[in-house]
Design a protein around this ligand. Sequence first.
Ligand code: PRT
Ligand code: MG
Length: 214
Amino acid sequence: MTQITLALSKGRIFEETLPLLAAAGITPSESPESSRKLIIGTNRPEVRLIIVRASDVPTYVQHGAADLGIAGKDVLLEHGGDGLYQPVDLNIAKCRMMVATPVGFDYEGAVRRGARLRVATKYVQTARLHFAAKGVHVDLIKLYGSMELAPLVGLADVIVDLVSTGGTLKANNLVAVEEICPISSRLVVNQAALKLKHGEIQPIIDAFRAASGV
Ligand code: PRT
Ligand code: MG
């Protein structure tokens, strides 16, 4: 029996992946939200799920510790995607990568004047490329979470973060001033595994593609 390992993160990606798994005939034997297990079996004896941090999914797949995984485009942009085949945009966990500032901050004016901006973000690669393309000089400040706090306490002028409803920005008196790119989650596949286990992996890719309507 050829074993197939799929890397997923808890939370929104897991929830939105369940219907795609169902379309591929895969039902997890328990929920990662209620179980502390990091390896979860499924109704198909050859298929197992591993539960990892969202930002670690590409690493597990790149090194072949998982054959497939599901990761946000935000995570893939930061990771670089080396060694990963990305066959399907699953259209799940959608949001937008945005530049945001405190309400009243003159972002356009600062850009026009050629001001140097302090940018706090978890997405330093994405931010670096975005501001370099605009010709804006930035000091990047790497954070691991709660970016919204940084401009409120004088750590940064602007943030680069994901926005979905906009509720978090609003609650912190921030406003989105520029879209960097739309974000959704992608199926990622280890290239060697796809060749070696083609008979097992290709049907999963096909089922995910059909179920995600793209
Ligand atoms: O939480 P952890 O540190 O383990 O990792 P993570 O935050 O990367 O994982 P998780 O599960 O929170 O997010 C997984 C993936 O979901 C991300 O990689 C994105 O591709 C996608 N996604 C979709 C989002 C959002 N929407 C989103 N809104 N990820 C994060 N957010 C956060 C955002 O950073 C901000 O803090 O939600 C807040 C804004 O939401 P609104 O609705 O208030 O605008
Ligand atoms: Mg999170």
